[in-house]
Design a protein around this ligand. Structure first.
Ligand code: URP
Ligand code: ZN
Ligand code: ZN
Length: 491
């Protein structure tokens, strides 16, 4: 006996078809007209769309960063993702300084123990010693096929050009993909120090320390190196005109280069949000910064014309009013320990958040909430806004992420043989986004008060229902690690 979705419209990256979908066990087994009910559990989805579960390939759950840790973890963050229609994400393992890539993997595997949705890992290389160069190919056996290098965050995660170039060479030789955070971290440091010396400390100055030029320059550098090495390159969180132009140039030259943007860059505005009164702008501090109307225009062009292939979130949320718990006490007692375990023992402890940067924008933890809101906001702005079709929506949020990161068609597709990760989407249902009702562990929402039309009403993960309206039906351990394959296509 299976689950039979009847009378719905299946939305794929290429088509919208009226069809029934039969799920048996974890898989989609039949798609067709008038499939007989024959003892199956029938789910009537008339008037609804059936879409593949969303895949968010850029998240940072429980990330040690900016003097604290991002809030959402592989438990709460997973629930929030699923309520928003996302059934898989790929998180960034950070190589510890002085340690190995496998040391990082070990830490992230532990973080992922309570998983509720499926997940994969990218490996962020921070210390490319010769032994680490040799270690890279062994990641394939672990189902990890993507490396990440940060061209910014000097003295934290930043690598130099030699490291990036060497990593690209070894990745190319092994069919892996390199992802970059493209901002020139050396120039950023100079701008930041100058601004602070001039007493420019409010959140809005974060923008001036990271102008579009440093993103464009770093993007171009990475694109050229990808062309030289033949390495597949994926530029994360692209935001602005010079960066998109650099990517376009590389693609026109036939280089194997791709890019993503994040949903917030379509909506947030430098002056309105970063420049909000008082310390409010801290809520919107992320890197690269949120930008201007001209940048939003080129981002829409780029998702329409195929320059950009994916929309993700870069989910990395921090409390706005955090710091309620004795962080110092935690550090003292648990130095090098695990914050999640510590919180589980005493939930009254609360991680420091954005307030760390009061009086100094450079100390505001960089990152934003979004894992729950990506699909509803993209549908609202993109599909309802007449900018993209439902099929392009599926392509950007589900199918291309799976193809580029080596797990298609098991993931990202409604097709026979695929995992039954299915979102039942009601295109007529409205919802007002609010921190009061969202499921992320965050005391604010970027889209507070935004009224959207089109929401997930049921979410299935490998044939198991996780979300039914407002009800959570998932459980810890339901989420599985997804091993990915190398030699993925360049789209
Ligand atoms: O501000 C951001 N983007 N925080 C998360 C880390 C990163 O750069 O992706
Ligand atoms: Zn980044
Ligand atoms: Zn990120």
């Amino acid at each position: 006996m299976g689950i039979l979705f009847k009378n719905g419209t299946v939305v794929t990256a290429s088509d919208m078809i009226q069809a029934d979908v039969l799920v048996e066990g974890e898989k989609i087994v039949t798609i067709g007209q008038n499939i007989p009910s024959r003892g199956h559990e029938v789910v009537n989805v008339r008037g609804k769309y059936l879409m593949p579960g969303g895949i968010d390939v850029h998240t940072h759950l429980d990330l040690p960063f900016g003097g604290t840790y991002s809030n959402d973890d592989f438990d709460v963050g997973h629930k929030a993702a699923a309520f928003g229609g996302t059934t898989m994400h790929i998180d960034f393992v950070i190589q510890p300084k002085g340690g190995s890539l496998h040391d990082g993997l070990k830490t992230w595997r532990k973080k992922a123990a309570p998983a509720q949705i499926d997940y994969g890992f990218h490996l962020a290389v921070t210390d490319l010693r010769d032994d680490v160069m040799e270690e890279i190919p062994s990641l394939l056996a672990e189902g990890v096929t993507s490396l990440k290098l940060f061209m910014a965050y000097k003295n934290v995660f930043q690598v130099d050009d030699k490291t990036l170039f060497r990593a690209m060479r070894v990745a190319a030789a092994n069919g892996m993909i390199v992802m970059v955070h493209a901002e020139n971290g050396d120039v950023e440091e100079q701008l930041r120090l100058q601004l602070l010396a001039e007493g420019k400390t409010d959140p809005v100055w974060h923008y001036s320390s990271r102008p579009p030029e440093i993103e464009g320059e770093a993007t171009n550098r990475a694109v050229v190196m990808a062309g030289m090495t033949g390495c597949s390159l994926y530029v994360v969180h692209m935001t602005c005109v010079p960066a998109i132009e650099a990517l376009r140039r590389g693609r026109a030259l036939g280089y194997p280069v791709m890019g993503e943007t994040c949903v917030q860059y379509f909506q947030m505005d430098k002056d309105k949000h970063l420049g909000a009164p008082g310390f409010q702008g801290a809520k919107y501090v992320c890197s690269p910064p949120i930008r201007t109307a001209a940048d939003r225009t080129i981002l829409w062009q780029a998702v329409k014309d195929g320059t950009l292939q994916v929309v993700s979130t870069d989910h990395c949320d921090f409390w706005y009013e955090g710091g309620k718990g004795p962080w110092e006490q935690w550090s003292k007692d648990h130095n090098g320990g695990d914050w999640v375990e510590f919180e589980a023992q005493d939930p009254s402890y609360r991680r420091p958040g954005k307030e760390l940067g009061k009086g100094n924008f450079a100390k505001i933890p960089n990152g934003l909430p979004g894992i729950e809101d990506r699909l509803i906001v993209m549908w609202h702005l993109g599909v309802n806004g007449g900018k993209i079709s439902p099929s392009r929506f599926v392509e950007l949020n589900c199918t291309n992420p799976a193809k580029i990161f080596g797990c298609y068609p098991r993931k990202g597709a409604i097709t026979v043989g695929a995992d039954a990760d299915i979102v039942v989407w009601d295109p007529k249902k409205s919802h007002t986004i609010s921190a009061k009702t969202h499921h992320m562990r965050c005391d604010y929402n970027l889209y507070e008060g935004m009224k959207v039309k089109g929401v997930p009403v049921m979410v299935y993960q490998r044939g198991v229902k996780l979300v039914d309206g407002e009800d959570w039906l998932g459980k810890n351990g339901q989420g599985q690690f997804v091993a990915r394959a190398p030699h993925a296509p360049v789209l």
